[in-house]
Write a protein that binds this ligand. Structure first.
Ligand SMILES: C[S@@+](CC[C@H](N)C(=O)[O-])C[C@H]1O[C@@H](n2cnc3c(N)ncnc32)[C@H](O)[C@@H]1O
Length: 238
């Protein structure tokens, strides 16, 4: 990553943390002391329990009904970003499909890996035009424009217009659309393709049908990675 790209990503992670805490605080109907206590409990929980904990207190931000149209970036964590980058560096996909790009934090990790490899494209998808404008600006600031193909608009429409194969897909739109979306992209996958789906813990109920579909299909091999949000790591076997 260029020095300017690293500084930018650090700022975006910091901004995401502030947004997330601010959002949780505004949803929590209690004193500052009680909120601080909850925050302490949250950090001491195992990742797979955190989604349930947030839902129990009505603090979840991974919710389409509340998050659509707001400027919350809902970005992956730095740890997850580094993992995504390493996965691309080892798997070396020529094309990456990112479903739900927001302001481009995960896009920047993908583009940085492709830049290191010296080839490839990440097809980024985002509905919100204000987020698309911020993503374009971030990609320009990091100097990775030639590795990013942003498709602004509804992801279902975008996916319907794609052809060829993708060896790496990252699903990070609203969780209740995962299965419908996955069924649409199956034709773009081939044996060896990797599909990562975020929010398996944070939106456990909404992603249930997706997880069930993947687990019951012998053509896929899948496991949930214990990142804070819970990430389904699926490999297309046949
Ligand atoms: C969790 S955020 C993505 C975060 C991003 N992957 C990152 O880590 O930086 C989900 C994004 O999906 C977008 N989204 C939701 N439904 C969509 C749709 N039907 N078409 C395109 N984008 C959509 C939202 O606007 C939101 O910005």
């Amino acid at each position: 990553m260029s020095p300017s790209g690293t500084i930018l990503l650090n700022q975006l992670h910091e901004q995401n943390t502030v947004e997330t805490i601010g959002r949780a605080r505004s949803q929590f109907h209690g004193s500052n002391e009680a909120f601080a206590e909850l925050a302490e409990q949250y950090t001491s929980l195992a990742p797979r329990l955190r989604g349930k904990f947030l839902r129990m207190y009505g603090l979840s931000s991974e919710d389409s009904y509340f998050s659509q149209g707001t400027d919350l970036s809902l970005a992956v964590s730095a740890g997850m970003g580094h993992f995504l980058r390493n996965l691309v560096l080892s798997h070396r996909p020529a094309r990456i499909l990112e479903l739900g790009s927001s302001v481009g934090v995960s896009t920047l990790y993908f583009a940085d890996a492709l830049c290191k490899l010296g080839r490839g494209t990440v097809v980024a998808t985002e509905l919100d035009s204000a987020k698309c404008a911020r993503l374009r600006e971030h990609v320009r600031m990091a100097g990775v424009e030639s590795y990013v193909d942003l498709r602004e608009g509804d992801v279902f429409q975008t996916v319907a217009e794609l052809d060829g194969f993708f060896d790496f897909v990252f699903i990070d739109v609203w969780a209740d659309t995962y299965l419908r979306l996955f069924r649409q992209i199956e034709r773009l996958l081939r044996p060896g393709s990797i599909v990562l789906a975020d929010n398996m813990y944070t939106a456990e109920d909404a992603v249930g049908t997706y997880k069930d579909y993947i687990e019951k299909n012998p053509g896929f091999s899948s496991t949930t990675l214990d990142f804070e949000s819970g990430v389904e790591f699926t490999v297309v076997v046949s």
